[in-house]
Every structure is written in structure tokens, then in C-alpha cells.
Design a protein around this ligand. Structure first.
Ligand code: NIG
Ligand code: FE
Length: 393
């Protein structure tokens, strides 16, 4: 992750939505004298950012919780009172598919406007078969409507819904509902590529995660975990053991978890915007993970509760300034490794022949300016599969 190749006076040749060649501008110009061109001079062209972790399907914002936390309430405490994820669940259940679609569309456009070209989008605020399917259908409609690459994830195990907490066997009943009803429907309609779970003390245990993710895998879904986000619970070790595609958050990962991820193919996806927004003092140990040999990715965690930012370059700022990653590491984590966190490493995230022409053009002269102008909007244009998506094109 130390080596980022930067070319100057270079060109990218795109054919049929893919990168056909990358090389000196004069050489490529001579080889394709009649090809239409986009002048990128004075700017930085790079692979479009790959945001491998968002909860993009939700209704209203939850700004009231930000002030509650400022006054001393914890994230889990607010959830225990029926707020947090539960508040978004009540809201999503009350909304129609059309309504959720109309809310998500401009939000994803705002993510794209900052240079993101691939966005993983989770369900997880429905928590009934119909409301989870409704959310995943919204993602499918967004895939058809937007010139972006969207990757759908089923997150029926985002919480134990409040109505499954009264009786002794209620938890088991909800887990059975996920396994026996939701997963078969999601698989039959091919509505998701991944299944995810919030594996955290107070939410799902590692034993429950084993059951749910085991069933998801039998239905052909790839696996992700919200792992060791707030408290250490061995979730990173479980992700490595199960061969999950990614283990996400990891602010409370143990040394054993770091070693397990380093030894596995599982990508360690870090979400520093979440810890910033929650006002938590401890960020994920990015240096220890990278130095141990884990593949580290960065993502926005865009969601109404813990990370309402659409600005992926700002996440790179946090990576360099808070996680002590180099610019090269942060850029690779947001492109190559973000793609690996979605099983797309051979397709997106690199400017190289054969890769999809998913590109971002920034109003900066040096790649180090991308995390530097923090909070700014420097994205000039993006392309997905060679098609102008955002900006001037
Ligand atoms: O990644 N931790 C669980 N899920 C989200 C937060 C969801 C919410 O608070 O609405 C996260 O931080
Ligand atoms: Fe999340």
C-alpha cells in the first residue's frame, strides 16, 4: 500500500466503457488521432472512489441525536431507549418504496458529486421481510436510474427489532425470520450481492452471526460484518474465520483480530467519519493493521445516525490526519482496496488496461491536495463505464 504510481502528461484511452490504454499523451494521441478527447490538463485524473459501506436507504435525518450525544448520552444508550437505528426503522416502515426512492436518489447523487463512482448500499432499516425487500427494491431501481455502480447488501441483521424483545424466545424468532423467510426471498429475487450483520455486544453475538451468515452463504451471498465497532467481541476473528469479504469499523479490534485479518483475505474496512461524528476518542488502529499486512479499505458509512457525510475525500483527510495513513495508503484504500471489499478488485479501482473506465477528475494539481483541502468540493467530473456521470464530462 506504499506505492502509488503517478504519471504526468499522460492520457487514458477508453473504448467500450473500459480502459484500453494508459500512457504518454503524445503516444496515445498518435495511436488514436480521430478519437474525441476530454482535456484534463492542470487537474488530477484518478480511479473513481469506491465507497464499500453505506446505509443509503433511509427516511428522515436524526439530527436530534447529535445534540443528545453532545450532552452526554451514548450511542448505545440512545438505541436502548428506542432511538438510534430503531428510530430510522419506524420511519422507513412508514414510507412507501416510491418515497424512499425519491429520498435516496439525490443523496446518492451527492455522494457521486464528490468523486465516488461505486457505492455499496445496505438495507437494514426495515427489519421485516416486506420492509427489507422494499429497501432492496429501491436499490434496484436506483441501479437502473443512475449511471453509477451500486452494490446491494442485505442487512436484515442490523438490529433486533423492538417487537422481538418482549418474550424469552423472541430473539430466536427474529433470527429464524431472517434465515427462513428474508434470505430465501432476497436470494430468489436476486436483490443482494452481500449479507451483513451488526455483530456487537448489545446487538448480535458472534454465535448468532455464525448462524445468520452461514445461511446467507448457503444462499450464495458474500459476507460482510460490522465488526468490533464500539466494543471488542472477537468479530474480526469471526470475519476472518468465515472468509468474509470484509470486516468493517474495527475501532475496538483486538491484537488477535488484527493478526487474524492480516492472515486472511478479508479486507479491513475503516470508517473514520463514524468515530469523528460520534465524538469517540479512539479510531481504528490503521497503522497496526497495515503494518501487520492486512488489506485496509476506507469508506464513508453514509447513514443518518453515525455518519451523515457524502464527502469521501473528507474521509481521506481523516485517514491521513487521524489514522496516520500516508496519502498513497489512503488513496489505495479508497480505490483498489475498496474494490476488493466488494469483490470487484479485478474490475474497478485502477487506471489500467481492462479495468472499467470509472474515473474521477479533481481540481487539484497534486494528488496530495485531495486529503489536504478538507471538507472542500474539488471533484470536477466523473465517468462510470466511460459515461459522463457527474460534472462537465
Ligand atoms: O455503521 N453500526 C451500525 N450501523 C451503522 C449505524 C446505523 C445507525 O445508527 O443508523 C454504522 O455505524
Ligand atoms: Fe455501517
Amino acid at each position: 500500500m506504499q506505492h502509488l504510481e503517478v504519471l504526468t502528461n499522460a492520457a487514458v484511452c477508453v473504448e467500450d466503457g473500459r480502459i484500453a490504454a494508459v500512457g504518454p499523451r503524445e503516444t496515445l494521441r498518435a495511436a488514436h488521432p480521430d478519437a474525441p478527447t476530454v482535456d484534463c490538463s492542470g487537474r488530477v485524473l484518478m480511479p473513481g472512489l469506491v465507497d464499500s459501506h453505506t446505509h443509503g436507504i433511509f427516511g428522515k435525518p436524526r439530527h436530534e441525536e447529535q445534540e443528545l450525544r453532545a450532552a452526554g448520552d451514548g450511542y448505545m444508550e440512545i438505541a436502548r431507549r428506542g432511538g438510534g437505528i430503531h428510530s430510522s426503522v419506524r420511519d422507513v416502515r412508514a414510507r412507501s418504496e416510491d418515497d424512499l426512492y425519491a429520498l435516496a436518489l439525490p443523496r446518492l447523487r451527492r455522494l457521486a458529486a464528490h468523486g465516488t463512482t461505486t457505492i455499496e448500499v445496505k438495507s437494514g432499516y426495515g427489519l421485516t421481510p416486506d420492509d427489507e425487500i422494499k429497501s432492496l427494491r429501491v436499490i434496484r431501481r436506483l441501479q437502473q436510474a443512475l449511471p453509477l455502480r451500486l452494490v446491494p447488501t442485505f442487512l436484515g441483521a442490523h438490529e433486533i427489532p423492538l417487537e422481538y424483545r418482549g418474550t424469552p424466545h423472541a430473539r430466536e424468532e427474529y433470527i429464524a425470520l431472517i434465515v427462513d423467510e428474508m434470505l430465501p426471498r432476497v436470494a430468489a429475487e436476486r436483490l443482494a450481492d452481500f449479507a451483513d450483520i451488526f455483530c456487537e455486544p448489545g446487538v448480535y453475538t458472534t454465535d448468532e452471526a455464525r448462524v445468520i451468515l452461514g445461511a446467507a452463504r448457503r444462499h450464495g451471498l458474500q459476507l460482510k460484518l460490522h465488526a468490533d465497532e464500539l466494543e471488542t467481541a472477537g468479530a474480526a476473528e469471526l470475519a476472518a474465520e468465515l472468509g468474509a469479504t470484509s470486516a468493517d469499523h474495527l475501532a475496538a479490534v483486538s491484537d488477535g483480530g488484527i493478526r487474524a485479518l492480516a492472515a486472511a483475505q478479508t479486507v479491513a474496512t475503516l470508517l473514520p467519519g463514524t468515530m469523528l461524528f460520534l465524538g469517540r476518542p479512539k479510531q481504528a488502529p490503521a497503522r497496526a493493521l497495515i503494518d501487520a499486512g492486512a488489506a485496509v479499505a476506507l469508506a464513508s458509512d453514509f447513514n443518518p445516525g453515525t455518519s451523515p457525510t457524502v464527502n469521501f475525500p473528507l474521509v481521506l483527510t481523516l485517514a491521513v490526519s487521524q489514522l496516520r495513513m500516508s496519502v498513497a495508503e489512503a488513496v489505495l484504500a479508497a480505490t483498489v482496496n475498496g474494490a476488493a471489499a466488494l469483490g470487484l478488485a479485478a474490475k474497478v479501482g485502477q487506471l489500467a488496461p481492462g479495468f472499467s473506465a470509472d474515473l474521477a477528475l479533481y481540481d487539484i494539481e497534486d494528488i496530495r491536495e485531495l486529503p489536504y483541502w478538507y471538507g472542500d468540493h474539488r471533484c470536477h467530473a466523473t465517468w462510470v463505464r466511460g459515461v459522463a456521470t457527474h460534472g462537465a464530462g
